[in-house]
Design a protein around this ligand. Structure first.
Ligand code: TXA
Ligand code: MG
Length: 310
Protein backbone atom coordinates (compact mmCIF):
# COMPACT_ATOMS: atom_id res chain seq x y z
CA UNK A 1 0.00 0.00 0.00
CA UNK A 2 1.07 3.55 -0.76
CA UNK A 3 2.82 5.21 2.18
CA UNK A 4 1.20 8.57 2.96
CA UNK A 5 1.07 11.03 5.78
CA UNK A 6 -2.45 12.32 6.18
CA UNK A 7 -2.99 16.02 5.54
CA UNK A 8 -4.54 17.85 8.47
CA UNK A 9 -7.34 19.96 6.95
CA UNK A 10 -8.83 22.83 8.90
CA UNK A 11 -12.49 23.71 9.35
CA UNK A 12 -12.75 26.39 6.64
CA UNK A 13 -13.52 26.70 2.91
CA UNK A 14 -9.99 25.76 1.94
CA UNK A 15 -10.05 22.61 4.09
CA UNK A 16 -13.42 21.57 2.71
CA UNK A 17 -12.33 22.23 -0.89
CA UNK A 18 -9.23 20.09 -0.37
CA UNK A 19 -11.35 17.30 1.15
CA UNK A 20 -13.68 17.40 -1.87
CA UNK A 21 -10.70 17.14 -4.25
CA UNK A 22 -9.48 14.02 -2.43
CA UNK A 23 -12.96 12.44 -2.53
CA UNK A 24 -13.29 13.22 -6.25
CA UNK A 25 -9.93 11.52 -6.79
CA UNK A 26 -11.15 8.32 -5.10
CA UNK A 27 -9.06 8.98 -1.99
CA UNK A 28 -9.87 8.65 1.73
CA UNK A 29 -10.77 11.59 3.96
CA UNK A 30 -11.62 11.23 7.64
CA UNK A 31 -14.09 13.87 8.79
CA UNK A 32 -15.85 15.00 11.94
CA UNK A 33 -19.45 14.03 12.55
CA UNK A 34 -21.41 14.65 15.75
CA UNK A 35 -21.03 10.96 16.73
CA UNK A 36 -17.46 9.89 15.88
CA UNK A 37 -15.00 10.65 13.06
CA UNK A 38 -15.88 8.80 9.87
CA UNK A 39 -13.43 7.44 7.28
CA UNK A 40 -15.02 8.75 4.10
CA UNK A 41 -14.87 7.78 0.44
CA UNK A 42 -17.13 8.31 -2.58
CA UNK A 43 -19.77 5.59 -2.09
CA UNK A 44 -20.17 5.21 -5.89
CA UNK A 45 -16.49 4.46 -6.47
CA UNK A 46 -15.69 0.79 -5.84
CA UNK A 47 -11.93 1.26 -5.62
CA UNK A 48 -12.31 4.15 -3.19
CA UNK A 49 -14.58 2.01 -1.01
CA UNK A 50 -12.12 -0.88 -1.23
CA UNK A 51 -9.45 1.49 0.13
CA UNK A 52 -11.58 2.02 3.26
CA UNK A 53 -11.47 -1.69 4.08
CA UNK A 54 -7.78 -1.78 3.23
CA UNK A 55 -6.93 1.22 5.45
CA UNK A 56 -8.91 -0.15 8.40
CA UNK A 57 -7.41 -3.61 7.96
CA UNK A 58 -10.89 -5.10 8.17
CA UNK A 59 -10.76 -8.89 7.76
CA UNK A 60 -14.34 -8.88 6.43
CA UNK A 61 -16.57 -6.78 4.19
CA UNK A 62 -19.12 -5.43 6.67
CA UNK A 63 -21.65 -3.02 5.18
CA UNK A 64 -20.78 0.68 5.56
CA UNK A 65 -23.04 3.61 6.40
CA UNK A 66 -23.79 6.01 3.53
CA UNK A 67 -23.84 9.66 4.60
CA UNK A 68 -26.01 12.10 2.68
CA UNK A 69 -27.02 15.73 3.09
CA UNK A 70 -30.79 15.41 3.49
CA UNK A 71 -33.80 13.12 3.28
CA UNK A 72 -34.46 13.93 -0.40
CA UNK A 73 -30.97 12.77 -1.29
CA UNK A 74 -31.37 9.69 0.93
CA UNK A 75 -34.31 8.60 -1.23
CA UNK A 76 -32.03 8.24 -4.25
CA UNK A 77 -30.29 5.40 -2.47
CA UNK A 78 -32.89 3.83 -0.19
CA UNK A 79 -36.62 3.10 -0.13
CA UNK A 80 -38.28 4.55 2.97
CA UNK A 81 -41.62 3.16 4.10
CA UNK A 82 -43.92 5.36 6.22
CA UNK A 83 -42.27 4.34 9.48
CA UNK A 84 -38.71 4.93 8.25
CA UNK A 85 -39.75 8.28 6.74
CA UNK A 86 -41.29 9.29 10.05
CA UNK A 87 -38.08 8.51 11.95
CA UNK A 88 -35.99 10.35 9.35
CA UNK A 89 -38.25 13.40 9.66
CA UNK A 90 -37.99 13.34 13.44
CA UNK A 91 -34.29 12.59 13.95
CA UNK A 92 -32.35 13.73 10.88
CA UNK A 93 -29.94 15.37 10.86
CA UNK A 94 -28.69 13.40 13.85
CA UNK A 95 -27.20 10.21 15.31
CA UNK A 96 -29.64 7.75 13.71
CA UNK A 97 -28.83 5.29 10.91
CA UNK A 98 -31.75 3.73 9.05
CA UNK A 99 -31.24 0.41 7.24
CA UNK A 100 -33.66 0.34 4.29
CA UNK A 101 -34.00 -1.54 0.97
CA UNK A 102 -31.75 -0.24 -1.83
CA UNK A 103 -33.49 2.01 -4.34
CA UNK A 104 -33.56 1.10 -8.04
CA UNK A 105 -30.69 2.76 -9.89
CA UNK A 106 -28.93 3.70 -6.64
CA UNK A 107 -25.48 3.74 -8.26
CA UNK A 108 -23.65 2.77 -5.06
CA UNK A 109 -20.73 0.36 -5.22
CA UNK A 110 -21.92 -3.11 -4.11
CA UNK A 111 -18.93 -3.10 -1.76
CA UNK A 112 -20.67 -0.40 0.34
CA UNK A 113 -23.50 -2.77 1.23
CA UNK A 114 -21.23 -5.84 1.20
CA UNK A 115 -23.53 -7.28 -1.45
CA UNK A 116 -26.71 -6.86 0.65
CA UNK A 117 -29.93 -5.52 -0.85
CA UNK A 118 -30.31 -3.05 2.01
CA UNK A 119 -28.32 0.08 2.82
CA UNK A 120 -27.59 1.94 6.06
CA UNK A 121 -28.12 5.69 5.55
CA UNK A 122 -27.54 8.64 7.84
CA UNK A 123 -27.79 12.43 7.63
CA UNK A 124 -25.17 13.72 10.07
CA UNK A 125 -25.80 16.87 12.12
CA UNK A 126 -22.24 18.17 12.51
CA UNK A 127 -21.98 21.48 10.60
CA UNK A 128 -18.62 20.49 9.07
CA UNK A 129 -19.95 17.12 7.86
CA UNK A 130 -22.95 18.94 6.37
CA UNK A 131 -20.73 21.46 4.59
CA UNK A 132 -18.57 18.64 3.25
CA UNK A 133 -21.62 16.73 1.95
CA UNK A 134 -23.05 19.87 0.34
CA UNK A 135 -19.72 20.72 -1.33
CA UNK A 136 -19.05 17.14 -2.49
CA UNK A 137 -22.66 16.77 -3.59
CA UNK A 138 -22.55 12.95 -3.48
CA UNK A 139 -22.93 10.03 -1.07
CA UNK A 140 -20.02 9.43 1.32
CA UNK A 141 -19.46 5.91 2.65
CA UNK A 142 -17.88 6.08 6.09
CA UNK A 143 -17.26 3.65 8.90
CA UNK A 144 -15.68 4.94 12.09
CA UNK A 145 -12.14 6.16 11.33
CA UNK A 146 -10.19 3.66 13.44
CA UNK A 147 -8.13 0.60 12.58
CA UNK A 148 -10.27 -2.54 12.77
CA UNK A 149 -10.78 -3.70 16.34
CA UNK A 150 -9.76 -0.39 17.96
CA UNK A 151 -11.99 2.20 19.58
CA UNK A 152 -13.77 4.84 17.56
CA UNK A 153 -12.03 8.25 17.25
CA UNK A 154 -13.65 11.38 18.65
CA UNK A 155 -10.86 13.84 17.75
CA UNK A 156 -8.68 14.38 14.68
CA UNK A 157 -5.68 13.38 16.81
CA UNK A 158 -7.27 9.99 17.52
CA UNK A 159 -7.72 9.51 13.77
CA UNK A 160 -4.11 10.43 13.03
CA UNK A 161 -2.78 8.22 15.83
CA UNK A 162 -4.48 5.20 14.27
CA UNK A 163 -4.48 5.84 10.53
CA UNK A 164 -2.06 8.66 9.70
CA UNK A 165 -0.04 6.61 7.21
CA UNK A 166 -3.09 4.92 5.65
CA UNK A 167 -5.40 7.80 4.68
CA UNK A 168 -5.07 10.98 2.66
CA UNK A 169 -6.49 13.60 5.00
CA UNK A 170 -8.48 14.35 8.11
CA UNK A 171 -10.95 17.26 8.17
CA UNK A 172 -10.76 18.57 11.73
CA UNK A 173 -14.07 19.63 13.25
CA UNK A 174 -12.92 19.48 16.85
CA UNK A 175 -14.10 16.93 19.42
CA UNK A 176 -17.29 15.04 18.51
CA UNK A 177 -20.15 16.31 20.68
CA UNK A 178 -22.01 12.97 20.96
CA UNK A 179 -18.93 10.75 21.18
CA UNK A 180 -20.88 7.52 20.54
CA UNK A 181 -21.72 5.92 17.20
CA UNK A 182 -25.18 6.39 15.73
CA UNK A 183 -28.09 4.22 16.80
CA UNK A 184 -29.02 1.80 13.99
CA UNK A 185 -32.55 0.58 13.28
CA UNK A 186 -33.94 -1.35 10.34
CA UNK A 187 -35.95 -4.29 9.12
CA UNK A 188 -39.63 -5.10 9.26
CA UNK A 189 -40.77 -5.25 11.97
CA UNK A 190 -38.44 -2.41 12.85
CA UNK A 191 -35.57 -3.66 15.04
CA UNK A 192 -32.79 -2.03 17.02
CA UNK A 193 -29.57 -3.17 15.32
CA UNK A 194 -27.10 -1.17 17.41
CA UNK A 195 -27.42 1.05 20.49
CA UNK A 196 -25.88 4.47 20.00
CA UNK A 197 -26.15 8.21 20.38
CA UNK A 198 -29.94 8.38 20.01
CA UNK A 199 -31.79 6.78 22.93
CA UNK A 200 -33.97 3.75 22.18
CA UNK A 201 -36.75 5.36 24.24
CA UNK A 202 -36.74 8.45 21.98
CA UNK A 203 -37.22 6.25 18.93
CA UNK A 204 -39.87 4.07 20.60
CA UNK A 205 -41.85 7.16 21.61
CA UNK A 206 -42.57 7.47 17.88
CA UNK A 207 -42.29 3.94 16.51
CA UNK A 208 -43.61 1.86 19.38
CA UNK A 209 -41.52 -0.99 20.80
CA UNK A 210 -38.56 -2.00 18.60
CA UNK A 211 -38.02 -5.69 17.91
CA UNK A 212 -34.79 -7.35 18.98
CA UNK A 213 -32.52 -7.83 15.99
CA UNK A 214 -32.44 -11.32 14.52
CA UNK A 215 -29.03 -12.88 13.90
CA UNK A 216 -29.31 -12.44 10.14
CA UNK A 217 -29.60 -8.68 10.22
CA UNK A 218 -27.43 -7.93 13.25
CA UNK A 219 -24.28 -9.39 11.79
CA UNK A 220 -24.79 -9.90 8.07
CA UNK A 221 -21.12 -10.60 7.42
CA UNK A 222 -21.01 -13.43 9.90
CA UNK A 223 -23.50 -15.78 8.31
CA UNK A 224 -21.62 -18.57 6.54
CA UNK A 225 -23.49 -18.62 3.24
CA UNK A 226 -24.90 -15.11 3.43
CA UNK A 227 -25.82 -13.73 0.02
CA UNK A 228 -23.98 -16.53 -1.66
CA UNK A 229 -24.40 -16.90 -5.42
CA UNK A 230 -26.85 -19.60 -6.52
CA UNK A 231 -24.05 -21.32 -8.40
CA UNK A 232 -21.67 -23.79 -6.77
CA UNK A 233 -18.28 -22.19 -6.09
CA UNK A 234 -14.93 -23.97 -6.33
CA UNK A 235 -11.98 -22.09 -4.80
CA UNK A 236 -8.25 -22.07 -5.62
CA UNK A 237 -8.88 -23.20 -9.18
CA UNK A 238 -6.09 -22.77 -11.71
CA UNK A 239 -8.34 -23.79 -14.61
CA UNK A 240 -12.07 -24.15 -15.21
CA UNK A 241 -13.47 -27.47 -16.33
CA UNK A 242 -15.68 -27.52 -19.43
CA UNK A 243 -18.90 -26.95 -17.46
CA UNK A 244 -17.54 -24.14 -15.24
CA UNK A 245 -16.94 -20.41 -15.64
CA UNK A 246 -13.65 -19.05 -14.27
CA UNK A 247 -13.25 -15.95 -12.12
CA UNK A 248 -9.60 -15.02 -12.51
CA UNK A 249 -7.01 -13.00 -10.64
CA UNK A 250 -3.74 -11.86 -12.21
CA UNK A 251 -2.76 -12.40 -15.83
CA UNK A 252 -4.60 -15.58 -16.93
CA UNK A 253 -7.26 -16.69 -19.39
CA UNK A 254 -10.67 -16.58 -17.66
CA UNK A 255 -14.28 -15.49 -18.11
CA UNK A 256 -14.01 -12.45 -15.86
CA UNK A 257 -10.93 -11.17 -14.04
CA UNK A 258 -11.03 -9.56 -10.58
CA UNK A 259 -7.80 -7.76 -11.47
CA UNK A 260 -5.63 -8.73 -14.42
CA UNK A 261 -2.75 -6.75 -12.90
CA UNK A 262 -3.11 -8.57 -9.57
CA UNK A 263 -4.23 -5.50 -7.61
CA UNK A 264 -6.23 -6.45 -4.49
CA UNK A 265 -7.98 -3.06 -4.29
CA UNK A 266 -9.24 -3.41 -7.83
CA UNK A 267 -10.18 -7.03 -7.07
CA UNK A 268 -12.23 -6.02 -4.03
CA UNK A 269 -14.01 -3.34 -6.03
CA UNK A 270 -14.96 -5.94 -8.68
CA UNK A 271 -15.81 -8.85 -6.36
CA UNK A 272 -19.58 -8.55 -5.89
CA UNK A 273 -20.29 -7.29 -9.41
CA UNK A 274 -18.32 -10.10 -11.05
CA UNK A 275 -19.93 -12.77 -8.83
CA UNK A 276 -23.41 -11.49 -9.76
CA UNK A 277 -22.47 -11.41 -13.41
CA UNK A 278 -21.09 -14.98 -13.47
CA UNK A 279 -23.97 -16.24 -11.33
CA UNK A 280 -26.37 -15.11 -14.06
CA UNK A 281 -24.71 -17.60 -16.46
CA UNK A 282 -26.10 -20.55 -14.46
CA UNK A 283 -22.87 -22.54 -14.37
CA UNK A 284 -20.64 -23.49 -11.43
CA UNK A 285 -18.00 -20.83 -10.73
CA UNK A 286 -14.32 -21.71 -10.36
CA UNK A 287 -12.29 -19.01 -8.62
CA UNK A 288 -8.53 -18.48 -9.00
CA UNK A 289 -6.39 -18.30 -5.83
CA UNK A 290 -6.30 -14.86 -4.19
CA UNK A 291 -3.25 -13.96 -2.05
CA UNK A 292 -4.29 -13.95 1.60
CA UNK A 293 -2.62 -10.61 2.41
CA UNK A 294 -4.06 -7.13 2.94
CA UNK A 295 -7.47 -6.85 1.35
CA UNK A 296 -7.06 -10.42 0.12
CA UNK A 297 -8.13 -11.64 3.56
CA UNK A 298 -11.52 -9.96 3.27
CA UNK A 299 -11.92 -11.18 -0.31
CA UNK A 300 -11.11 -14.76 0.74
CA UNK A 301 -13.43 -14.47 3.76
CA UNK A 302 -16.31 -13.60 1.44
CA UNK A 303 -15.39 -16.26 -1.13
CA UNK A 304 -15.16 -18.91 1.60
CA UNK A 305 -18.66 -17.97 2.79
CA UNK A 306 -19.97 -18.08 -0.77
CA UNK A 307 -18.45 -21.56 -1.21
CA UNK A 308 -19.75 -22.88 2.13
CA UNK A 309 -22.22 -25.78 1.89
CA UNK A 310 -25.86 -24.63 2.02
O1 TXA B 1 -21.99 7.21 14.03
C1 TXA B 1 -21.77 6.37 13.18
O2 TXA B 1 -22.60 5.54 12.82
C2 TXA B 1 -20.37 6.40 12.54
C3 TXA B 1 -20.23 7.73 11.83
C4 TXA B 1 -18.95 7.84 11.05
O3 TXA B 1 -21.34 7.95 11.00
N1 TXA B 1 -20.19 5.28 11.63
C5 TXA B 1 -20.04 4.00 12.09
O4 TXA B 1 -19.83 3.08 11.06
O5 TXA B 1 -20.11 3.67 13.24
P1 TXA B 1 -19.31 1.56 11.30
O6 TXA B 1 -18.93 1.02 9.95
O7 TXA B 1 -18.26 1.54 12.33
O8 TXA B 1 -20.59 0.80 11.73
C6 TXA B 1 -21.58 0.58 10.79
C7 TXA B 1 -22.53 -0.46 11.26
C8 TXA B 1 -21.94 -1.85 11.12
O9 TXA B 1 -22.07 -2.55 12.33
C9 TXA B 1 -22.76 -2.46 10.02
O10 TXA B 1 -22.91 -3.82 10.17
C10 TXA B 1 -24.08 -1.70 10.12
O11 TXA B 1 -23.70 -0.40 10.46
N2 TXA B 1 -24.76 -1.65 8.82
C11 TXA B 1 -24.51 -0.84 7.79
N3 TXA B 1 -25.28 -1.14 6.74
C12 TXA B 1 -26.05 -2.18 7.12
C13 TXA B 1 -27.03 -2.99 6.48
N4 TXA B 1 -27.39 -2.78 5.22
N5 TXA B 1 -27.60 -3.98 7.20
C14 TXA B 1 -27.24 -4.21 8.48
N6 TXA B 1 -26.30 -3.50 9.13
C15 TXA B 1 -25.72 -2.50 8.46
MG1 MG C 1 -16.85 1.12 14.00
Amino acid sequence: MRKTTAKHLTNDNEGIAAAVRFLNDGRLVAFATETVYGLGADARDGQAVARIYDAKGRPQFNPLIVHVQDFDTAQRYGVFDAQAAQLAAAFWPGPLTLVVPLATGHGLSPLVTAGLDTVGIRVPAHPLARQLLAAFNGPIAAPSANPSGRISPTTADHVLAGLSDRIDAVLDGGPCPVGLESTIVGGAPLALLRHGGLAQSDIEALSGPLAAAGPDIRAPGQLASHYAPRARIRLNAMHASADEVLLGFGAMPCDLNLSARGDLIEAAANLFGHLHNLDARDMPIAVAPIPNTGLGRAINDRLNRAAAPR
